[in-house]
Design a protein around this ligand. Structure first.
Ligand SMILES: Nc1nc2c(ncn2[C@@H]2O[C@H](COP(=O)(O)OP(=O)(O)OP(=O)(O)O)[C@@H](O)[C@H]2O)c(=O)[nH]1
Ligand SMILES: [Mg+2]
Length: 250
């Protein structure tokens, strides 16, 4: 997806780079091409429009037309704006609690369980942490098994209570277990639903209230496209999320 976008952006600048003298028309054409590339990459129309407007203003403000290397200057302006658009600042995951509790949320099949495993592995191997994975999906017996298999692969223990169908209690017990056994990060994997429904929202909200996590992460399939924003908003309103994970970027 992103390779495609960068290729398209690259092409947009050909218009400028090939010109001996840059005119306002060349700049406008380039920006039109940039906007088209963003739209084709499923960027929201309003965002794409605002983006090219900002770039245009900056370009004119910096007198791009009379610059020595206008093509390069435009590339830099677009590059800087893209960074700004993606979020200019870097915020690390909060794993400061003792134990730090991380709650996963998201629709069915979005990648919660897989990401729980990836995160546990990352924290274990790169941060020297001792994570505990928690199976709070009580609806699908195979879900517990899936997490156990993942845990085994990465050498991270998995807390589960077969037969207990109260995810709030399981989560609370897991945090107790983590404290008792010296685990410093608790990653709580929860059940997903096909679409947003009240029961799921209430359940995840109840788990959140009980364990008061450091981070509530919302996992969404990157291929969902723009609807992901609506679902994320809904989760944020009902549950309150601290971060969004885009899964399946490969
Ligand atoms: N290629 C690819 N596949 C992924 C990725 N993350 C998850 N998957 C696949 O997507 C499917 C669903 O992933 P899960 O992690 O089970 O999703 P989930 O949100 O836990 O699903 P439920 O528990 O049913 O709600 C599985 O077949 C995963 O192998 C990813 O980053 N890349
Ligand atoms: Mg799952």
């Amino acid at each position: 997806m992103f390779e495609n976008l960068s290729e398209r952006l690259e092409k947009s600048f050909k218009i400028l780079k090939g010109q001996g003298k840059i005119t306002e028309i060349n700049v406008a054409e380039t920006l039109k091409e940039v906007r088209r590339s963003l739209l084709d990459a499923d960027v929201n129309y309003k965002i794409a429009k605002e983006f090219t407007n900002t770039v245009k203003e900056k370009a004119l403000g910096m007198n791009v037309l009379t610059a020595v290397k206008p093509g390069q200057m435009m590339v830099k302006i677009v590059h800087d704006e893209l960074i700004q658009l993606m979020g200019g600042t870097h915020v690390d995951i909060n794993i400061k609690g003792n134990p730090a509790v991380i709650l996963m949320s998201g629709l069915q099949g979005s990648g919660k369980t897989t990401f729980s495993g990836k995160l546990a592995n990352l924290l274990k191997t790169k941060r020297g942490k001792h994570p505990l994975l928690v199976a709070c999906d009580v609806y699908r017996p195979a879900a517990i098994e899936q997490l156990k298999v993942l845990g085994e692969q990465i050498g991270v223990p998995v807390y589960s209570e077969e037969g207990n169908n109260d995810p709030v209690k399981i989560a609370l017990n897991a945090v107790k277990e983590a404290r008792a056994t010296g685990k410093d990060v608790v990653i709580v994997d929860t059940a997903g639903r096909l679409a947003i429904d009240e029961q799921m929202m209430n359940e995840i909200a109840a788990i959140k209230k009980a364990i008061d996590p450091e981070e509530t992460l919302f996992v969404v399939d990157a291929m969902t496209g723009q609807d992901a924003v609506n679902v994320a908003k809904e989760f944020d309103e009902k549950v309150g999320i601290d971060g969004v994970i885009l899964s399946k970027m490969d």
